[in-house]
Design a protein around this ligand. Sequence first.
Ligand code: NAD
Length: 455
Amino acid sequence: MSAIEVIEPATERVMAEVPRAGAEEVDAAVARAKAAFPAWRAVAPADRAKLLRDLAEAIEERHEDLARLEARNAGKPIGDARGEIAMVVETFRYYAGCPERLLGQTIPVAGGVDMTFREPLGVVGLIVPWNFPLVIASWKVAPALAAGNTVVLKPAELTPLTALELEQIALAAGLPEGVLNVVAGPGSVCGQRLVEHPEVAKIAFTGSTEVGRGIAAGAAQTIKRVTLELGGKSANVVFADADLEAAAAAAPMAVFGNAGQDCCARSRILVERSVLDDFLAALQPAVEGIAVDDPLAEETQMGPLISAGQRDSVSSYVPDDAPVAIRGSAPEAPGYWFPPTVLAPVANDDRAAAEEIFGPVACVIPFVDEEEAVRLANDTIYGLSGSAWTRDGARALRVARALETGVISINSNTSVRVSTPFGGFKQSGVGRELGPDALEHYTDVKNVFYATEGG
Ligand code: NAD
């Protein structure tokens, strides 16, 4: 097996080497997961819950070193990485509460008793991206295990380290061998093999819409269940009646958090034209003040991009003649740095406003009234998250209902909570993660009829 050289994006240096898995390793991992499935699904729900609670505790004990590993490998600020590992712990705790609550129904029918059971699917393949490596893995692994499935997890090739740690932590915490298997290798080899593999019952994928399309098509060959969490180009709609100061203070990190490499990035800031100048004036110091620096420095708010390729791709959206209204600072190389950048004004169909940039570039798009705001916000192939800022409660609810998006926040830019459903409308995905909804995507319903009157 050749090695993956894992690069630290803030220094461009190799920070680790890990074996590069190929199709054979995927087959072996699926075989282990298949062998472990009958015993794992038979574990009493309370015992499965305890194993997940123990796993949460074991991760919590490693909180700081996992956060540092993630910060270095993904180039994210250490404060953010700590928050993410805390969410990993919270996610395992939340789903530890679920094995005993996977309830069926009894249905009134003639001639007997009819009941439903939620059955695990078997071996599930989980494919995750590099932007939030362990936390997105946990959103899949925890409900999959809680429902009684066994897992093959494929992290992104750029960020395999915390997933490989998780596999070891889980074994040490008592999870039976074969229940959680991690294969670190290229998507086009390992990911594809998981998608094609006849013994894999389901693929849960987070990544780009383009790769997601291929996964949906590939999974169709063996009629796998598929959930897809894909790209986004979310709108942050600021009405003239909003608390402008609060909206302008919150807007920068809603785009520049994780250096803009966030599927929920509110990268289209729609601003009512009558307050556009005031809003931009308030935005400027907030953007210029963002501390872009070494991910391990406590005060850092934004790190580098994940790779040279990502930096080149982001740069292509800011050509020399781009309408740059505000530009923050960034360190010099080494490191894949890109400064927080605000383009204004931008038309909604300009390339920078239409495509997911996945970097620290915000487009400010003016609108004249609520009807135009909703039309512009919805004029995209995506529908993942979004925000509306207004003091008018009726408008807030009207807009929340009118936006074609899976998650919307009013006077806030938060998208994700462990107990609430998360996922996309339109080409942002299929299915939901987190909350109770996720469990439905890791189980099938079985209907049992028991004749009491002769069959
Ligand atoms: P990507 O689609 O390139 O890769 C995601 C994962 O898929 C990686 O593990 C990769 O190795 C694997 N992969 C690549 N090609 C494959 C193939 N042919 N078959 C099977 N697997 C394959 O995405 P990325 O660049 O790692 O992440 C960025 C994208 O992820 C952005 O578009 C972003 O919006 C999206 N994302 C979405 C969410 C969400 O919850 N909706 C969250 C985070 C990121």
